[in-house]
Design a protein around this ligand. Structure first.
Ligand SMILES: Cc1ncc(COP(=O)(O)O)c(C=O)c1O
Ligand SMILES: N[C@@H](CCOP(=O)(O)O)C(=O)O
Length: 539
């Protein structure tokens, strides 16, 4: 079936004439792009107008085009146009997550039900009506998604909601709580790749350069929007709760505060960074600091949400993964729909590795690309249940007691999404790697020394890359994307400890401590001369 015209369904008509389909501008990213913004290939560059000079002021400038009336905000505007702007006919539901061959179950739930587990106690998955989505071909979806990038149109300006039909197709734009998350920088790690790895096509997807400083925003906008809808439907939801190693709680509290919904967060006492702790406090969440680890908090929140009308916001709730999967779609979009060879993701509770798989898989199934990348999940050696499971040849999974790690957000020993992660890795010819404390801290310091400012979890992912490069599994020209999951500014204490060489049993080989110097010209000149003659100044 040929795709229907976009003109009456999309908020951004792609072309004044619906046929033929607009030509995509396909630069080769390998040769021409450095920092790769998400580019709208569907909207041609406007012809530049001649510059006016101050010598010839124009007394009557033309009125601004497309300006909405002053008393109308972007949400109002979207509401007014919703009947013509929204693509109709798509739907999604919860089904048991069942990776075994040919699931026969007819069990399913509306997304408006409050349910986190299948009847058998297994995980759920959000299943889209793929037949409805397939009525439009791959070119259609690429053009639609590209046409929405970089705009402020509600809610499509968000990197998540620009893919609304694939995320929560039935939610009303009016119920959406968004901070225009997503659309994060895909950074060409030129110097890091060349200098440390001999690679020329290495990229870092900076999901942590985001509203609350981690990739959790991508999933939380979806979950809190759905909660907002449920509350408007008078469903019994008095608040939203999570257990957290710091990032889920930050995102939950921010999105709930934005919606005016109470949030409750269970944090393992003294195991998250100060920057992460202050986020839910500042956003007005009810914060419980509990004398246990993350796995203990997770157990408690599951018990509490089974008793009280508090909606569970951890990634056990498959809604979250619908938002997180858009980062995978965005990576393909940023490469003009060319598929990278490898994507490396740090793993803790293990929802995100599956979300990446799901995003890539949907793009293949709906004809946007013809293959998916190989996935690598990277764990801290101090919290490595997936790694041990992988090394055992996927024999019986055993939870572990997670030890303290600088990658504190992935200090998780009993990941709720273990089945999802195994499925994602098996179906992407995937690999699991681990990083010791010294390896992850050195990798973080090396990346920072080339101009990044990454978190320790990204250090774990970079360690996996070092190992796979050194063993020759990843080649020098393989296009590789490392997913950076949080902003380095949330983890400054770990960097301070490293650069002060204050970590026992760690050489801190790349430490760069400040030099104490007296406040006189001679002393300053002495240390400068010494520095300029040393190898440290020869980059
Ligand atoms: C910064 C950061 N990186 C990575 C992860 C791992 O993600 P997931 O739990 O989905 O495996 C988390 C949370 O667990 C995180 O907060
Ligand atoms: N790193 C997470 C741990 C919980 O993961 P979730 O995706 O299940 O919410 C955090 O920041 O809390």
């Amino acid at each position: 079936m040929s795709p229907p015209s976009l003109l009456h369904s999309s908020p951004f008509p792609l072309h004044p004439n619906p046929t033929p389909t607009p030509t995509l501008t396909l630069h080769s990213p390998r040769s021409t792009l450095r920092f790769l913004p998400i580019k709208s290939s569907a909207s041609p560059e406007p012809t530049p107008t001649p510059l006016k000079t101050s010598a010839s002021p124009d007394p009557s400038p033309p009125p601004l085009k497309h300006r909405r009336p002053a008393d109308v905000n972007i949400r109002d505007e979207a509401r007014r146009h919703s009947s013509t702007h929204n693509l109709q006919g798509f739907s999604a539901k919860y089904v048991p997550f069942n990776p075994s061959p040919a699931p026969t179950s007819t069990e399913s739930y509306s997304l408006d039900e409050i349910v986190y587990r299948s009847r058998s106690g297994g995980l759920l998955d959000v299943q889209h009506d793929m037949d409805a989505l397939k009525r439009y071909d791959g070119e259609y979806w690429k053009n639609l998604f590209d046409s929405r990038v970089g705009k402020t149109t509600w809610p499509y300006g968000s990197g998540v909601w620009s893919k609304k039909e694939w995320v929560l197709p039935e939610i009303d734009g009016d119920d959406i709580i968004s901070a225009f998350e997503g659309n994060s920088n895909l950074f060409w790690a030129e110097r890091f790749g060349k200098h440390f790895l001999g690679m020329n096509d290495l990229w870092v997807k900076h999901c942590g350069i985001s509203h609350t400083g981690s990739f959790k925003d991508l999933g939380m906008t979806v979950l809190v929007s759905q909660v907002n809808r449920l509350r408007k439907m008078n469903r019994p939801v008095v608040g939203v709760g999570c257990a957290s190693t710091g990032d889920t709680s930050a995102a939950l509290s921010a999105y709930c505060a934005s919606a005016g919904i109470p949030s409750i967060v269970f944090l393992p006492a003294n195991r998250i960074s100060i920057a992460q702790l202050v986020q839910p406090i500042a956003n007005g969440a009810f914060v419980l600091s509990i004398d246990t680890d993350f796995d203990g908090c997770m157990q408690l929140i599951r018990e509490v949400t089974a008793e009280l009308p508090i909606y569970l916001a951890n990634s056990l709730n498959s809604l979250r993964l619908e938002g997180q999967k858009t980062a995978a779609i965005e990576i393909l979009q940023q490469f003009d729909w060319e598929v990278p060879d490898w994507v490396i993701v740090p793993g803790g509770n293990l929802g995100n590795i599956y979300a990446f798989y799901k995003g890539f898989h949907m793009c293949r199934e709906l004809g946007l690309v013809d293959r998916i990348p190989r996935l690598v999940c990277a764990q801290a050696a101090n919290a490595n249940p997936l790694y041990l499971h992988y090394k055992s040849g996927w024999k019986d999974f055993k939870a572990v007691k997670a030890n303290t790690t600088f990658a504190s957000a992935i200090q998780i020993g009993d990941p709720v999404s273990i089945d999802r992660a195994v499925f994602a890795l098996k179906n992407s010819n995937g690999i699991v790697e681990e990083a010791t404390e010294e390896e992850l801290m050195d990798a973080m310091a090396q990346a920072d020394s080339t101009g990044m400012f990454i978190c320790p979890h990204t250090g774990v992912a970079l360690t996996a890359l070092f190992k796979l490069r050194n063993s020759g599994v990843i080649g020098p020209t393989d296009r590789t994307v490392v997913v950076s999951t949080a902003h380095g500014l949330k983890f400054t204490q770990s960097k301070t400890d490293y650069h002060s060489k204050e970590i026992s049993d760690m050489a801190c080989r790349y430490a760069n401590p400040p030099v104490q110097v007296n406040a006189d010209f001679g002393s300053v000149m002495d240390v400068l001369k010494k520095y300029l003659l040393s190898k440290d100044s020869k980059i």
